[in-house]
Design a protein. Structure first.
Length: 477
C-alpha cells in the first residue's frame, strides 16, 4: 500500500503541510520515516499494513489542535492512535496524518472525589495501577494494553460490568478537539449531546485528549482462571448459562473456548468477584462454586489486584501477531449455540485463537437505553471471535492467514441466525454492514444527528457508523 498519493502536486502539498506542522510542533515529533515513524505505525495486529504520510507525536492538546487544523487545510485524512489495538488498524489511514497520543499517558487520581483524569493516550493498565495506589479501581476491559479512552468511547465490556456498568457508563466528562480544531469541555451540563454520543458512540466525534472517569473502592477482587476439558464442555457451558442468568451484580464471568495446554481445546472460565473478599474467597462461595462444575484441568482463583488480571490477559494476547476479529450478540448459551462453539473449538486453525463470551448483566442493564449512545441494555453475552496467527510461524502453515480468517468467518456466519441484531461497535468492521446498521438500535438517529452537528465532513472515523438511510427515528435523551 503506497504511503503517498501519486498526484503531481502532492510533494508541494506535503512540503507545505510539514512546514505548517513544524511551525507549531517540535520537528522531532513530526515523523515521515525512520525508526520512530516505524514504531509509531506498528500496531497490535501485525496484519495491518497501512502507511500514513505523517505522524504527529502529540504531547499537548495544542499539538492535537494544530494537527487537526493542518490536516483539514491540506486535505489530508486524519486518524488518532491511542492504544493501537483496533484489529482493522483504524489508528492509521493511507496517506493520512496520524495524531499519535502515546506520549499523553498522564493519570491524575483525585481519591477524595473518586475520579481519575486520564490523558488521551493512557492505557487501561496506567489507570488501574494509578488508582490502586489510592485503594481504588476503574472499570476497564480485560486487557491492560488497550487504550482507556478508546475502549470507553465504544462501550467497554469488562469484569466489573455487573457491579458498575460499562466503561462508558463511568465517563464523567471529557476534553475534546473537534473537527475545526476548536477545544470543548463536555459533560452532562456542557455540550450534553456530544457527551451523550461519546458514551458508546465510538471515536467518531473528535479527539478526546482528556477524560474524567469515575473510580470505585475495589482495588482487589477474587478472580482467576478455571479450565475444563472439552469433553466436559457441553455440560459445563449449559450449567454456566443457568448460573450466570441468576448471578449477582458482584460476579461477572467471562467464558470461552481456547486451544488447551495439551493441544485439545479447553473451556475457559474467568470469574471476577467485586464484592466482599471473604464471601468471594469462601470455599463454598460463588467463585469456588465454578471450580466444581466438573473436573477442572486448572483451578487458580483467589484474591488478586485488578492490575494482575489485566497483565495476564496481555500476556495471553501479546502485540505482534496477525489476526482478525468478529463479534455477535446472543441472549444466552442455548443448546444450539453450545454445539456451534464446541464444533468451532475443535476446528481451531491456530493455537492462539479463541472464542470468548462476555457477560452483560447487573448494573449495565439498569442504565436506560436512551441515556447513552450504547444501543443494547438487556442482559446478553457479547461473543468475541478472535483469530490470531504468527506470520510464517511453525504450525500455522498459512502465513497469509486465509484459513485462519475463514475459520472466524464460518463461526460468525453459523451464529447469525441465533444472534440479536447488531454487535459490539469496537469489534465491527466494514465487512459487516448489516451489523453496523443495527449496532446502536433506537439510538441510531440521535447519534447521526450529533455526528452531523459536530463533524459534518466526517473527519473522524474511529469505528463504523450506520448510514442515515438505515437510521430509525431519534429517541429522546
Amino acid at each position: 500500500m503506497q504511503s503517498r498519493p501519486e498526484a503531481d502536486d502532492h510533494d508541494d502539498v506535503s512540503a507545505a503541510l510539514l512546514a505548517q506542522l513544524r511551525s507549531t510542533t517540535a520537528s522531532g515529533r513530526v515523523l515521515t520515516g525512520g525508526p520512530e515513524y516505524e514504531k509509531a505505525v506498528r500496531l497490535f495486529n501485525a496484519a495491518v499494513d497501512i502507511r500514513p504520510s505523517v505522524v504527529v507525536r502529540c504531547v499537548t492538546t495544542a499539538d492535537v489542535q494544530a494537527g487537526v487544523r493542518a490536516a483539514r487545510e491540506h486535505g489530508v485524512p486524519v486518524s488518532v492512535r491511542g492504544g493501537g489495538h483496533d484489529f482493522w488498524g483504524r489508528a492509521l489511514r493511507p496517506g493520512g496524518l496520524v495524531l499519535d497520543l502515546t506520549g499523553m499517558r498522564e493519570v491524575h487520581i483525585d481519591a477524595d472525589r473518586g475520579v481519575a483524569t486520564v490523558a488521551g493516550g493512557a492505557l487501561s493498565s496506567d489507570v488501574v495501577v494509578a488508582a490502586e495506589r489510592a485503594g481504588l479501581t476503574a472499570v476497564t476491559g480485560t486487557a491492560g494494553a488497550v487504550g482507556m479512552v478508546g475502549i470507553t468511547l465504544g462501550g467497554g465490556y469488562g469484569p466489573l460490568t455487573g457491579r458498575f456498568g460499562l466503561a462508558a457508563d463511568n465517563l464523567l466528562g471529557a476534553e475534546v478537539v473537534l473537527a475545526d480544531g476548536s477545544r470543548v469541555d463536555t459533560d452532562t451540563e456542557h455540550e450534553p449531546d456530544l457527551f451523550w454520543a461519546l458514551r458508546g458512540g465510538g471515536g467518531n466525534f473528535g479527539v478526546v485528549t482528556s477524560a474524567r472517569i469515575r473510580l470505585h473502592p475495589v482495588p482487589t477482587v477474587v478472580a482467576g482462571t478455571i479450565l475444563y476439558p472439552i469433553s466436559q464442555g457441553h455440560r459445563i457451558l449449559a450449567d454456566l448459562d443457568e448460573i450466570l442468568r441468576n448471578s449477582t451484580d458482584e460476579l461477572t464471568v467471562d467464558v470461552g473456548l481456547l486451544p488447551g495446554p495439551a493441544g485439545a481445546p479447553a473451556v475457559y472460565v474467568a470469574p471476577t468477584w467485586s464484592g466482599s473478599l471473604d464471601e468471594g474467597a469462601a470455599e463454598k462461595g460463588p467463585v469456588h462454586r465454578l471450580t466444581r462444575l466438573g473436573t477442572p484441568l486448572l483451578a487458580d482463583v483467589g484474591p488478586a489486584a485488578r492490575s494482575a488480571g489485566l497483565a495476564a490477559t496481555d500476556a495471553m494476547f501479546p502485540v505482534g501477531r496477525m489476526g482478525a476479529i468478529r463479534t455477535r450478540t446472543v441472549a444466552g448459551m442455548s443448546e444450539k449455540i453450545i454445539e456451534i462453539v464446541e464444533h468451532s473449538a475443535h476446528a481451531f486453525t491456530s493455537p492462539f485463537s479463541a472464542i470468548l463470551l462476555h457477560q452483560f448483566h447487573g448494573a449495565a442493564t439498569r442504565v436506560p437505553v436512551g441515556s447513552t449512545a450504547f444501543g443494547r441494555r438487556e442482559p446478553h453475552r457479547m461473543v468475541e471471535i478472535i483469530s490470531l496467527w504468527e506470520k510464517g510461524g511453525a504450525g500455522t502453515g498459512d502465513p497469509g492467514g486465509s484459513r485462519h480468517l475463514r475459520w472466524a468467518e464460518q463461526l460468525h456466519a453459523a451464529l447469525e441466525q441465533f444472534s440479536l441484531p447488531g454487535g459490539y461497535v469496537n469489534f465491527l468492521g466494514p465487512e459487516t454492514p448489516d451489523q453496523v446498521a443495527a449496532a446502536y438500535g433506537p439510538n441510531t438517529g440521535r447519534l447521526l444527528a450529533v455526528k452531523s452537528a459536530v463533524d459534518p465532513d466526517s473527519v473522524f472515523a474511529g469505528t463504523p457508523l450506520p448510514s442515515a438511510a438505515t437510521a430509525p427515528a431519534p429517541t429522546a435523551g
